[in-house]
Design a binder for this molecule. Structure first.
Ligand code: LLP
Length: 422
């Protein structure tokens, strides 16, 4: 039987899908498809819930902008009191444009360019997270040439298995991220020699879409030990950064609540007596968003039914790249229709271009609208222009009204960087 994704932000009223108080059909009448729609209330509730769960310790949330870097989305989190975790010069640019204060920005990335480090120092961001020995020395050198003291955290790879998709697992020793504990200790112990660095934190991020607590507990315990060793030796770090990675429900996976997350970690981090930092992305955004697409054709061969829709891997890459599951459901329910099992596929010239496989769904017709659920994180940010497709529009719903927060790309936009060279 056709399953509908459980959500209090995307619900059916009179068999029509709504985002908060606005009918999805009303939005796409104006914007066309494919279009991303986000619920502002979801952003607010998730952010408050996270904050509340950790009220027993001094903590700060740095929203991981990579999960959804639309300026209005970043701005929403800034207004909710969050800082921003940025992974590149481009995300730094976006965060500043959205109104983030540099002292509430963390600069991440396993491969920062000299320019990115310089920019971070020029802007005076809260801290730069170093991910290798060479990077620590380079930050020291650049800071020295700028007559600055760089606030630096070291990202430690705790070598735990986050039990998630291999592409989004980052905390195993075989992964490219961070440095091992011994190297971290060695670097922290060079504090006196590194005249233009002030070590302010220890950091981890072990992966994404993690649905069990044990990898977090194991990793936080390991890093807390390091933190306490350093403290004994006289190096007082002021931040302990747990990163992001909390898994959310896409299908029927069992996840943990943010309260359970806090319950598991609070006893460990309380002992550190420092500020605890989090960098959640997906938790705050994934189930805040849907991608709405129109059925272009229905077809059938000896093996399968296909729903050919106007959204593609260029709009939502996750199914193609990770085999990720996203619920797909009709915008208008019609119980009089029978159900079929179908693949939902896009117009791009690749067999890897699919949004869903073998789903039970009500029979569709040309022109029907479908909602691809849980698309608020790593959706639009991973969109591309392959096949010279224009990136979709983005909409933010607030209560009974909605606003366009990114217009659909134009054809002029597609050739903007090239036409002067013709
Ligand atoms: N902090 C760091 C250093 C990160 O690398 C990431 C995500 C986060 C925080 C936020 O993690 P989250 O809370 O969202 O799990 N494109 C993939 C996800 C890649 C995650 C990369 N890093 C996907 O679509 O599943």
């Amino acid at each position: 039987m056709m399953q509908l994704f459980p959500s209090t932000y995307f619900t059916y009223k009179n068999k029509q899908l709504y985002c908060e108080g606005v009918a999805v059909t009303q939005i796409v009448k104006q914007t066309g498809t494919p279009t991303y729609i986000y619920s502002k209330k979801y952003f607010e509730d998730a952010s408050k819930e996270f904050d509340e769960a950790f009220r027993a310790v001094r903590h700060k949330i740095f929203y991981a902008a990579k999960s959804n870097f639309n300026l209005s989305v970043i701005k929403t989190f800034i207004e909710l009191g969050s800082g921003v975790d940025v992974n590149s010069e481009g995300e730094l640019y976006r965060a500043l444009k959205a109104g983030a204060k540099p002292e509430k920005i963390i600069l991440t990335s396993v491969g920062k360019t000299k320019n990115e480090i310089k920019l971070g120092l020029e802007r005076d961001v809260l801290m730069i997270k170093a991910e290798s020995e060479e990077e620590v020395y380079l930050i020291n050198e650049i800071a020295s040439s700028m007559n600055k003291i760089a606030r630096v955290a070291i990202r430690v790879n705790p070598d735990v298995n986050p039990k998630t998709h291999p592409y989004i697992s980052t905390g195993l020793s075989e992964n490219k991220f961070g440095v091992d504990s011994e190297t971290a200790l060695k670097l922290f112990r060079k504090q006196k020699e590194l005249k233009n660095i002030l070590f302010t934190g220890i950091d981890m991020h072990i992966g994404s879409q993690i649905t069990t607590l044990s990898p977090f507990v194991e990793a936080v315990e390991k890093l807390a030990n390091l933190f306490l060793i350093l403290k004994k030796e006289g190096l007082e770090l002021i931040h302990f950064d747990i990163g992001g990675g909390i898994g959310i429900q896409y299908n029927d996976e069992k996840t943990f609540s943010v309260n359970k997350f806090a319950e598991a970690l609070l006893p460990i981090v309380k002992k550190l007596n420092c500020e605890i930092i989090f960098e959640p992305g997906r938790y705050l955004t994934a189930n805040a968003g849907i991608l709405v697409t129109e059925v272009l054709y229905t077809k059938k061969n000896q093996h399968k039914n296909f729903l050919v829709v106007d959204a593609a891997m260029t709009d939502l890459l996750r199914p193609s790249i990770y085999g990720a599951y996203h619920h797909v459901q009709p915008v208008k329910l019609d119980e009089s229709r029978s159900e079929i099992i179908a693949d939902v596929v896009g117009p791009v010239c690749e067999s890897g271009d699919f949004l869903a496989k073998e789903r039970t769904i009500q029979k569709c017709e040309h022109g029907d609208l479908l909602a691809v659920m849980s698309a608020g994180a790593y959706g639009m940010v991973m969109a591309s222009n392959y096949n010279a497709r224009r990136k979709p529009a983005e909409i933010l719903v607030t209560g009974n009204s909605f606003s366009i927060i990114r217009a659909r790309e134009t054809f002029e936009h597609l050739v903007f960087d090239e036409e002067n060279y013709l």
